[in-house]
Design a protein. Sequence first.
Length: 512
Amino acid sequence: MSSWGSGYVTDIEYTEGFYPGQTPAYMSLAATLAGFEAPPFDGHFTYCELGCGRGRTSLVLAAVNPEAVFHAIDFNPSHIARAREEASRARLGNIAFHELGFEELTGPRGAELPMFDVVTMHGVWTWIAPELQQAIVAFLNARLRPGGLAYLSYNALPGCLQVAPLQRLLWELAAVLPQRSDLVVPRALEQIQRFSKVNILPERLRVALEHFGGRGESLAYLAHEYLIEHWRPVYFSDVARALAPAKLTHVACSELIKNFYNLAFTEEQRKVIAEIPLPELKETLKDFCADNSFRRDVFVRGARHLTEQRLSRLLAGLTLALIRPAPEEFEIGLPGESRWRPDPRVYSVIFKALGERPRSVAEMLSLAGLPREHQVGPVELVGLLVGANIAGLYQKPTPAQSACADRLNALLEAEPEIPLDRGAVIATPAARTGITLSAAAYALYRALRHGEAPDANELARQFIKRCRDGGTHPVVDGKAIPDAAEAERAVTRDYEIKIERTVPIWRALGMV
């Protein structure tokens, strides 16, 4: 690894990915649902992504928000070169990529950066040195506008306690192996497995090792995740205190369902936690209850509480659309592996209405057929539908938005194939974000975009062949299917369902 990385991997590029929590409109929604004022991000605004990697998230967001101005920053020149090329090919004139280290943000090289309405960073905070964290706080204090939002995702405690010793072993072993980072990972993992077999590792670490690096992630991902000198998971309260000098206040988790305390805690737990006066400690205790290992948080620079009347008015004016087929049984996970089923009398009517067309929240809550005594309000409705990734925000896209998104999406369509394990992100201005499709779903999407009549049998045959050629088995409903006959039946049926239920949603969103 090169020495200029300050303990971070620089000899291979970061994996490409889109992280929907960084979407400005959804950050604003998270803050609003929590009862805080937030910019609407529905026109002109300024956006900054720190540690943008290869730039996929910022590229997609710039394409669906052509009136906004985007700046994306990374210290790796190969990342910036690739991202600039993509922006040029898609003719996105509203985004600039900067090769800058975090320590340079408030210095002469960062002087050209404007004031921002939103600053985001995915997978940055707990992978960098303390002095670079301090540099980010100084940047937020200097360049985030009053009322602006900041997004951080990071490795959290206590959930990472079991992984931390294994990460340290992996990093120490990799340091003595003179190979490229992604090639070092399997050798170091093999050595740790040997330690486990001869009981060098204690029992709790041997159990944790069964899942460490074994969830199908690419070697490049594992290198960037774990071969980091300053890999330091933190408690939520530590992050909140670190950001306080920039006058930032935590308002919500971007995973909306996690903001509902009645879903995060049992009734007995809620009674005990109600006695805790500090909101930072209450939030940290949620991580203890769930043994949480990763957080996605939204902060505001200048917290302003909404009145109940304004909150209801803002939510009533939102329009939602399905982004995936509505489930036959709508359930939410609760602590202790129990399930909660939101009022099926209400949600069955709402799902049927959303299946016809996008609807405003006010319209959904006044539909004919809803039980007169129901208790579902706008916070629950929006929080659950969007939080469960069933529905998303909807706006009718402008011609400029559609044109920008089409140009970026066309670059993906021009590629011969997409990786089976990664899927594809489609810039979708109607949803104000990007929508990620599995490799199987993307094959259907691409056929439709090329004007082909979709045939479930042919799509299944081609996809199964791709899997076999790649040395893998097709996966349906999370289950790999090695048997050829069973795979043909399952994949064909999966495509039939997609053609019947998913394609109409894509059409409603203007994706095809």
